[in-house]
Design a protein around this ligand. Structure first.
Ligand code: APR
Ligand code: PHB
Length: 391
């Protein structure tokens, strides 16, 4: 069997694995990434597009900030609306901070290019990953690559392989505690080469359900509508999408809506999920392998970035013999994860219609939006969470 050696084996070459690898290599720590799919497949995924400022700074620290600086769009605020009521959340005024509009696909592309430049090892199309000896001084990962079984020896394993990966399941079931909330609807999203309906994002609550107007650049929009889980993409012609979207946003915005053909259309279910602990011997879970948030509030990638921050600083110490950081990783990361879980759950509850809900539930949503409209304290609390809690 071919044997490879590294300091940190990284399972999964999505944003978590790539960013961790990039930061560790910059600090002189060797990594090998094992990724199940091809690079093109990883880069074809369309995910949220809002970076907290902490994420922006971490990407700069990783040396992948240049294109984001040039092409990303800093946003000073966003709108939350209820029918015709538009509540402006001015992040800049309320917190002194901004967020960056820059798609996850672009972040991932930049990270792959940076990994190429450094010359790190990223093995694609690996299968049957088996993580072993996590309770020993050295661990190893066995996997199949180019038709042969290989072994990767390492000090630590980072489980960056997303919700469906093997890393989390390597922790014995009786040692894991899982928390889950599945929401009874999904988001139908489209990409369209049209100018944004508004210069800032609009999160809309309406009697027809939720809608979100987001963007990638001045001629590319990402719009969503809440749909029943039973709906299929084929049920939604472009025309049906535009009709539904425009009746869910305030008419003032809808009057500016420019429609056009969709270039991508997909439906994603909404889920909140956390698995504890994040550490098992030499294995550390990072990003979607340990937690999922609903997209309301765009916390997914940003939480992955804060996990990476805690873990990369801890691993730098650990290879020098100081283990307090890795000992504290799970508790530190989980403290921030639970706060983002709360925020994305609250945003989801505040903005979506739940099937079969009573009139009281609708009034609670309206009262929450009205309270935001009149209380700066409430807006500041929302803004603080939206721009990202410190890490
Ligand atoms: N072996 C190797 N690689 C695997 C395996 C496996 N058994 N299972 C999954 N992978 C790979 C996937 O192909 C994917 O490229 O792990 C990667 C995980 O990437 P993501 O699912 O994107 O998760 P992560 O890197 O943690 O990114 C954080 O932010 O906006 C959110 O959910 C969004 O992708 C997002 C996340
Ligand atoms: C997106 O641009 O895709 C996006 C933006 C904000 C969200 C979710 C998704 O809360």
């Amino acid at each position: 069997m071919t044997t490879l050696t590294t300091q940190v084996a990284i399972i999964g070459g999505g944003p978590s694995g790539l960013l961790l690898s990039q930061l560790l290599n910059k600090a002189g720590i060797e990594t090998v990434i094992l990724e199940r799919s091809t690079r093109d497949h990883v880069l074809a995924r369309i995910r949220a597009g809002i970076l907290e400022w902490g994420t922006v700074e971490l990407l700069r620290e990783a040396g992948v900030g240049a294109r984001m600086e040039a092409e990303g769009i800093p946003h000073d605020g966003c709108y939350l609306t209820d029918e015709e009521l538009m509540v402006h959340i001015d992040f800049k005024e309320l917190t002194g901070k901004q967020v960056m509009v820059y798609g996850q696909t672009e972040v991932t592309t930049d990270l792959y290019n940076a990994q190429d430049t450094i010359g790190t090892t990223v093995l694609h199309e690996v299968s049957d990953v088996d993580i072993r000896d996590l309770d020993q001084a050295k661990s190893y990962v066995e996997f199949t690559h180019e038709g042969t079984r290989k072994r990767l020896e390492c000090l630590y394993v980072a489980g960056c392989d997303g919700f469906h990966g093997v890393s989390r399941k390597t922790i014995p079931e009786e040692k894991r505690r899982e928390f889950e909330r599945v929401y009874p609807f999904g988001w139908l999203g489209i990409l369209s080469e049209t100018p944004p309906v508004n210069d800032e994002l609009i999160y809309s609550n309406s009697r027809h359900g939720f809608a979100l107007a987001s963007m990638r650049n001045e001629n590319l929009v990402r719009y969503y509508v809440q749909v029943p889980l039973t709906d299929k993409v084929e049920d939604w012609s472009d025309q049906r999408f535009w009709d539904e979207f425009s009746r869910r946003i305030p008419s003032e915005a809808a009057s500016r809506l420019v429609t056009g053909p969709s270039i991508e259309k997909s439906i994603a279910p909404l889920r909140s999920f956390v698995s504890e602990p994040l550490r098992w011997g030499n294995l550390f879970l990072v990003g979607d392998s340990a937690h999922i948030v609903p997209p309301t509030g765009a916390k997914g990638l940003n939480l992955a970035a804060s996990d990476v921050y805690y873990l990369y600083t801890a691993l730098i110490d650990a290879v020098k013999g100081k283990t307090t950081g890795i000992d504290e990783y799970s508790a530190r990361a989980l403290a921030r994860i639970w706060k983002a879980m709360r925020f994305s759950w609250q945003m989801t509850t505040m903005l979506h219609r739940f099937d079969g809900e009573d009139a009281f539930a609708e009034q609670m949503r309206k009262a929450t939006l009205n309270h935001l409209a009149t209380s700066e304290t409430a807006r500041r609390d929302l803004a603080e969470n939206y721009i990202g809690l410190p890490f």
